[in-house]
Design a binder for this molecule. Sequence first.
Ligand code: ZN
Length: 327
Amino acid sequence: MDEAHADLPSRYRRSDGTIDTARLKAEISIAAIAATASTLKRSGRQLKGICPLHDENEPSFFVDDGKGVFFCFGCGAGGDAIALQSRLHGQTFREACLELAGAHRGATPRPTATARRPGLRTRPSGFQLARAEWRGAGGVEGTPAEAYLISRAIGHDVPPSIRFGRIPRFWRDDGRPGPRLPARVAAAQDVRGAVVGILRTFVEDDGRKARHGETRLSLGRIRGSALRLGPVAPAIMLASAVEDALSLRLMFPGATVWSTFGDANLPLVELPPAVRKVTLCGDADATGRAAVAAAAAALMARGIEVDGLFPRAGAKDFNEEWVLLHT
Ligand SMILES: [Zn+2]
């Protein structure tokens, strides 16, 4: 078997070790993938919305869930669900397949593992783009990212793993970047602390959330990684959303709080061996409790001590609790 795909669930592997893309595509919804990046409205048999891959004001992006394809009449991008996932998140074909297959315990790639077979593609990988954009970003002080954080009451004493930059939403097929837009940039760090991806949260110049297109887009490697708002410690707090982690950090001064950029990555996050205890911090609703339960099972199976924490005072998340009770 091709060991390159060893972390793909076996039902998506053909007997010759290659990825069973037909099965993968049959089991996932391209509309669901597109819906994470654009607001779609039904238009006949298709769904229609603002293209997440180029800058536009009138919708020219179409998704046909029955056929499992997308096409944009504005920029000409098109393809299947794997291509859409890959374009939206700057992932390689393999990374996109793993993400869509929901593979567990995805190995964190070594930087050299992103080296591509010669001639396979010319665009830089999402990993490379994320690293370059991270290096080019700067501190949040006095930027729209700080204004955004202040509007959520989490703008003071922002840790250096959060930066501000003018970052493209997308790169063209020839590798040229799309328009650079203001964004809060959060570092996705692997188990050794290396930045392997970023989460872009697009904001307006006045600090409000971006009015057009998806507000949040990841780039590079999010799976298995974490935003570190404090150093490695024997006991850490782990939250799903970045805003919740920033709020918890203010509610529990001195605690190490990390974010996994979303519920899906909560059970998958790879923790350094020095971390022995994790307090899982979830939303108050059923989704949040289910995410904490899934992560608790995964971490306990790895021998990590686990407890759970949920927002108080009827707040739905920790940012709301912070705003309600502490500011
Ligand atoms: Zn387009």
